[in-house]
Ligand binder design. Sequence first.
Ligand SMILES: *[C@@H]1O[C@H](CO)[C@@H](O)[C@H](O)[C@H]1NC(C)=O
Ligand SMILES: *[C@@H]1O[C@H](CO)[C@@H](O)[C@H](O)[C@H]1NC(C)=O
Ligand SMILES: *[C@@H]1O[C@H](CO)[C@@H](O)[C@H](O)[C@H]1NC(C)=O
Ligand SMILES: *[C@@H]1O[C@H](CO)[C@@H](O)[C@H](O)[C@H]1NC(C)=O
Length: 664
Amino acid sequence: MKSFSWIPFFMSHSLSTILAFLLITCVISQSWDQEFNDQNLLTYSFSENVTCAENEYPPLSSDRVPTYIINLDLPPKLRWSHLMADKKESGKLFPLVDKYLPLVAETLPEPYLSELKGIAEISGIELGEITLYNIFYEVFTLCTSVISQGADGKIYHGRNLDFGLFLGWDVKNHTWLTTEALRPLVVELDFQRGGQTVYKSVNFAGYIGVLTGMKPQRFTLTLDERFSMEGGFVGIIRWLLGDRSSNWAGFLMRDVLEKADSYHQALSTLTTSKLLAPVYFILAGNATDQGVIITRGRIEADVLSMGRGSVSQVSTWFLVETNYDHWNQPPFFDDRRTPAIQCLDKMGRETASLSGIFNVLSTKPVFNKLTTYTCLMDVSTGQFESWIRVCPEPSCDTIDISAGQQRSIDVTDDALLEISRRLYSMDVNGAYDQLELNLQSKTSSGSRVDKAPLPLFKNGVPKDVLSRPTYAKLLALFDNYLASVNETELVTPQEKAEETAFLDAVFGTSVVKATHQFLVSKGLAESSVERFKEQLKNIWFGLYQRAPGKQGSSGFEHVFLEEAKGDLNYLGYTRVLSLGKGPVGLIELPMKYQGVFKPHSTLMIGSSPELEIALYSICFLARPDTLCPISGQINNGKSTQYKIQTFVSKFHGRQFVGSAFPTF
Ligand SMILES: *[C@@H]1O[C@H](CO)[C@@H](O)[C@H](O)[C@H]1NC(C)=O
Ligand SMILES: *[C@@H]1O[C@H](CO)[C@@H](O)[C@H](O)[C@H]1NC(C)=O
Ligand SMILES: *[C@@H]1O[C@H](CO)[C@@H](O)[C@H](O)[C@H]1NC(C)=O
Ligand SMILES: *[C@@H]1O[C@H](CO)[C@@H](O)[C@H](O)[C@H]1NC(C)=O
């Protein structure tokens, strides 16, 4: 993949994977699974007993980030020359992407376009690559920002920048943008005019926006990514489609540092400018209580001021922002906020200082394997220092084990067989008796010949089956999804509501209640129903909510809707596995899906949506990335064993169902 179309490309995979698995079971080919499986991002899971780091400051002087002067009096094209000449490891700097990104570059506002062109020339990096590199930071970083105020009212501001980018760009080799590759590129920049510092920042060489910056005596400013339900890509796609009314957050940060002369001016610009993507701005001033977290949508803004306290943090002398809205709990699988707050509380206001903040930012998992630098800022003295960070192995590793893998040791094969047998027996919404199958001819794996001209379901799927709550809500979700594919705004509040309605319906079934009990007993889910619902929502819908996938919808339509209506383009079967009496339970077949031929897929026939979600979720949590034994039994027939394979998709340090399918 060498074009900007990577976004829909990548998303369509995840999207269609996730959607397709809601009803139909296995549509995803080995190669895709491989792709999901291959990702080497890390995940955090919150350890409840935080050990606050102590005496970490100062780190080794060799970890101090070098400083470069950026002379704003030079023409934009020349400003970055000396830095890029120094860092000219162009072979190392991401040898990818070329053709389409220059077109995007041309759309960027001045002086940024000229600066990028200058960088491209001096470094020998394609303009497309350098543009991509600049755009990525808008959406692919994880961070923690802390503002604290000492007993004397003096404000300190610190941040960790965790670089969590992974995208399935080059399927064969997707280690191209690693934290390791970036660390040598971290530089401090001193932006000067007339030989005087106007502002400072810490950047990756080649990136010309600002994510962390300070205007001495005036204000300090950091940007954290916000994974918003609005979808971080929507604004960027709008930009590409020609809507230039919004700002790139990193460039806006730089504009503010350049032009705003006071904390209040900065606050005003940061709350009112239109943005391409949702973000958090963390802004602190030079006077007591001047500190805010600005939670931004593309248009709207929420401002949490220091001193006020909020649901998530009671103490009034500091503010912590990671990547979640302050009015919500962070998800349990990525809670860096709670440990940071605990350690700040432990430190106490009296000892608030840059070294104290450094300790907090050195506490795992606030400090983690993706952390590339820590920056400390004291606006009143102009002290600005950043440090390269490498979370030491193996102690960092222990944080990175996913919740499931860590605790699944307890879940025996017998326990999995028993719970799955029970769930099958509870599956009153299953359509096992109501489907009349017409298997027709046997075919061979990989055969494209249609050996079965008639539909698989002789009489389609009966209306009364489709009108059962979990089926109906699922269909509604999809209808809605399909209806919105022509719009730019891809995840509407209505869709979110449909999603919730579907989960509510599923949670009303005894199948999912029993699943919850089982997972709680194995330490794989929290006992609160709401938290469990949130957990399932995250693993099943997390990526979908951010996804602009037009292709995905057609893939879904092709597979899911047609399947639901009973007229899937069925080419014949290769094997069947009967689960007791009645129609077969699993059918293995070749299938054409989303224009891609899958030589080998497996369908679960007649199982309700809730049963499929339940079985996949159990396997995903108890036996991630491997085979999970299942005992299927329909209509009191003989129980038959098969296996479910799940693959974990990791994205932004979070875990999602990449794929899940039965196999026998
Ligand atoms: C947390 O750690 C402290 C001391 O390190 C220990 O006494 C306590 O039992 C731990 N609590 C839990 C829940 O593990
Ligand atoms: C793929 O990545 C490895 C490092 O993981 C590197 O050594 C190799 O050269 C890369 N291959 C290509 C074709 O870029
Ligand atoms: C910033 O704060 C310091 C110390 O609190 C103070 O001495 C200085 O005058 C302030 N600067 C401005 C521009 O207000
Ligand atoms: C999307 O647009 C196409 C043509 O522009 C139209 O034919 C189609 O019906 C639209 N689909 C929906 C779901 O609105």
